[in-house]
Design a protein around this ligand. Sequence first.
Ligand code: C2E
Ligand code: CA
Ligand code: CA
Ligand code: CA
Length: 278
Amino acid sequence: KQGIEADGVAFYSQDMNQGMHERMRIESGLRQALGNGQLLLHYQPKFSIQDGTIIGAEALVRWQHPERGMVPPAEFIPLAEATGLVVQVGEWVLEQACAQAQAWKRAGLRPIRLAVNVSAREFTQALPGRVQETLRRYGLEPSWLELEITESTLMHNIDRVIGIMDRITALGVALSLDDFGTGYSSLSYLKRFPIDTLKIDRSFTTGIPTDANDCAIASTIISIAQQLKHRVIAEGVETVEQLAFLKSAGCNEVQGYLYSRPLPAAEFERAVREKWTV
Ligand code: C2E
Ligand code: CA
Ligand code: CA
Ligand code: CA
């Protein structure tokens, strides 16, 4: 887009216009998708390293678009975060995850903790009440649910955020700190957060075992978690070498393509029933 001279401005603004049109198109499409059943959740198993069993799943949203096919969240969540629509998406995701948990509970599946991603915009005073009300409505024990929050959620107004976290954990719902190490949260705050689990970001897992820095960072996160009495999970585990390293470093749980991609609900249920192990 550089090197345009006389009509450079016109060209640039036309280009910007196209970007804006594209964004508006996605936004109105997403608004419709929320109402007409085009969103769905896939479930990626989380495995205990110690005994190899499935201990939970991360619910990940997908958009089944009539023309574009399966649209990954990276193509609409950031936009939804910018426009605020992510709040409605988040409400739908919590609702859907709890409905699925209820269906599994009724079908006699053993309790599996479903982790739902919560973006910073959703992390308001209203969240604990909404979580409590949703669990009650679906007749679920809080042990069926976990919320994954990112460090960016924690950056503003720490005391307010800790108050909300306290109310969520008081319900018995677990909190995990997602993408740990990629954001800006200070270690001095970490001890104040009532979290259960630290989640090592995939960008660190990827370099294990060849990149000495990634190995050092992963080991350090694991030892911080251990000292703070938190559990620790690594995401993005793709190789047996990564698993071996994480296991010997004392990581509790793993999630990644090595064992399983995010699965449609029926396939995840089968994985639990057939007792997949790592
Ligand atoms: P995330 O929360 O860090 O989720 C993990 C992402 O890593 C998922 O991508 C998952 O499919 C992918 N992944 C898992 N294991 C591996 C692996 O071994 N290798 C590789 N290359 N990737 C792996 P996905 O489903 O495309 O989601 C991307 C991001 O979109 C998520 O990152 C999360 O930030 C956001 N997202 C997804 N669903 C939701 C949602 O319901 N609400 C909100 N607010 N954000 C969501
Ligand atoms: Ca996550
Ligand atoms: Ca993550
Ligand atoms: Ca990540």
